[in-house]
Design a binder for this molecule. Structure first.
Ligand code: ADP
Length: 452
């Protein structure tokens, strides 16, 4: 044991051993340094990345970036001979050396496959190593060791950060949020961390493309802005009518009743809006629960048509169930399916003028193995430009706002129920001024598999 340790110690004074010394010394501060590079980077990537960068630094000292990555080949001929002799003399050293090489190769492979760009530079900004993502993001030249191609492709504040961290103690770090000077002005978060190789200060630069995060943030703020706007409208109306009632502004009992009626209607609208927002968010976050059962969609459509007859009559619209195919049975959540049909029906009634027609059809598409439910109306129809946005959140066709009140969330909820919860499809065919056909299809087999 003692002899082995002595030999091991002797090996650590040879040129190849520099790598091991560096590897051992660098692995710890390297991991700590990378650990805080970018908030949100998975810790295993950080740890592995740190160890890999430590390995890269170690390998840099062995191979001097140009000679093959072989511990015994660095330095002068005498030293190399001595190191080679030393390696040959000890089987355990050979095993250790090979293990080190294998680990370095493995970690380099992992580093190469990281989606974040990783560059190791010296204090002048000259590249020591750039992984595949870095070469893709900053150009192939960025990977050429000894050049400044990588640092030149980055905003100038990165070089200043590199100089700062390379001069400071190892582990010093800076975080920069900026846009790359590429055609897309890609938004990135850059972490620069100091690494020390002996007396030399180096820096790792990790660049993460944050386009997806920014887009998600934009969609979220957009949603919040639209939701607040939609909530504010009924709230303002509620407040105004409540104030008129409180101030005794109603001339007589009939007007008081009218004010109270408006308050009730706006409260219901507010409640429906909040319920829809919650339903959509539950489905989108995967929290919604469904109770799949075998349901005859013809019977369900019949129930829905019956429940809307009074409204149709009041509006002077002929509502009918026109076609019912036998065997239109699917495994669905009855309440959710009912919600979809009722929403399509109530839209058809809302956007169809008096004396118009609304009809429901239930078909079986044998080719696609699905049940197709259609709601046709002879109403206002939808302009072509509006169709792609119709199933989005809070979208309402411009002129329709004057025709009927709505939330702009109904069709989005329908799409979520049909597509996300039943593996189906939803769509519309429409001609402005001539009416629309909204349809959805529930695949028979898919529904069967879900319940199995
Ligand atoms: P809303 O509560 O506003 O009806 P929806 O999401 O259900 O919300 O519908 C979005 C928009 O699609 C409606 O505001 C309306 O402009 C249009 N729309 C929906 N159904 C019809 C239809 N049958 N005919 C014409 N336009 C429709």
């Amino acid at each position: 044991m003692a002899a082995t340790r002595r030999e091991g110690q002797r090996e650590l004074t040879g040129p190849g051993s520099k790598a091991l010394t560096a590897l051992v010394l660098m692995a710890i501060p390297g991991a700590a340094a990378l650990g805080a590079l970018l908030d949100g980077t998975p810790s295993w990537i950080v740890a592995f990345g740190a160890a890999s960068i430590a390995s890269m630094v170690a390998l840099a000292s062995i191979a001097r970036w140009g000679t093959p990555l072989h511990a015994g080949h660095a330095g002068g001929a005498e030293e190399a001979d001595a190191a080679a002799a030393s390696v040959r003399s000890s089987a355990s050293e050979e095993v250790l050396r090979r293990a080190t090489e294998v680990r370095c190769a493995e970690r380099t492979a992992i580093l190469e496959n990281l989606s974040d760009a990783v560059v190791l530079v010296d204090a002048h900004g000259e590249t020591r190593f750039a992984n595949l993502a870095a070469r893709r993001m900053l150009g192939e030249q960025a990977g050429v060791a000894g050049t400044r191609a990588a640092i030149d492709a980055l905003p100038p504040q990165v070089l200043r950060a590199v100089q700062g961290v390379a001069a400071a103690a190892a582990g010093e770090r800076r975080r920069i949020e900026c846009e790359l000077r590429d055609a897309n002005a890609t938004p990135v978060v850059i972490g620069v961390t100091g690494v020390r190789e002996g007396t030399e200060g180096l820096a790792t630069i990790v660049v993460r493309d944050v386009r997806t995060e920014r887009e998600a943030d934009r969609i979220k703020s957009d949603f919040v802005a639209k939701a607040s706007h939609e909530l504010r409208t009924p709230l303002s109306s509620l407040r105004a009518y409540a104030e008129m009632l409180a101030d005794g502004e109603a001339k007589d009992e009939a007007e008081r009743q009218h004010f109270a009626g408006v308050i009730l209607a706006e409260t219901a609208r507010l409640g429906a809006l909040v319920d829809r927002m919650l339903d959509i968010s539950r489905i989108e976050s995967g929290m919604a629960r469904a109770n799949y059962e075998r349901v005859d969609l013809c019977t369900l459509a019949e129930e829905c048509v019956a429940s809307q007859q009074a409204d149709a009559l009041r509006r002077g619209i002929a509502l009918s169930l026109d076609r019912q195919s036998a065997g239109a049975t699917a495994l669905v959540d009855r309440n959710l399916m009912k919600q979809v049909i009722l929403n399509l029906l109530s839209n058809a009634l809302k956007y169809t003028p008096e004396k118009g027609t609304v009809s429901v059809e239930v078909d079986i598409d044998n080719l696609a193995r699905s049940v197709v439910v259609s709601v046709r109306d002879s109403g206002l129809g939808i302009p072509d430009h509006a169709i792609p946005r119709l199933f989005g959140k809070f979208y309402r066709v411009e002129n329709h706002e004057k025709v009927a009140k709505g939330t702009g969330l109904g069709l989005n909820l329908c799409r979520n129920i049909v597509e996300s919860m039943h593996g189906g499809q939803i769509g519309v065919e429409s001609r402005e001024g001539a009416g629309s056909r909204f349809w959805f299809a529930i695949p028979l087999e898919q529904a069967g598999r879900k319940a199995a």
